[in-house]
Design a protein around this ligand. Structure first.
Ligand SMILES: [Zn+2]
Length: 87
């Protein structure tokens, strides 16, 4: 499982984790800043399925997985996104 260090959301895998990061790399301010989608945006995007973490220290928390199968890395993948959860 993946947990975002920025927003604490839990993800089933790297795919949905990458998808919830929006904006441009290395942009810290303004509308295009790199940030996490809000829960509302995550739900509204239609890209994610909402589930609940079944076991472990995050049991009962929201768990996000991709609504459709994801193959490969997103176009804007960079090393910068390779943030490990503490799992
Ligand atoms: Zn996040």
């Amino acid at each position: 499982m993946y947990q975002c260090s920025g927003c604490d959301k839990c993800f089933a895998s790297k795919g949905p984790f990458f998808k919830h990061r929006v904006g441009d790399h290395e942009v810290k301010e303004g509308p295009n800043r790199r940030r996490c989608m809000t829960t509302e945006e995550t739900e509204a995007s239609g890209k994610f399925q909402h589930a609940v973490v079944p076991t472990g220290k995050n049991a009962g928390k929201d768990l996000w997985r991709l609504a459709a199968p994801d193959h490969g890395r997103p176009e804007n993948w960079t090393e910068d996104d390779e943030e490990e959860g503490d799992d």
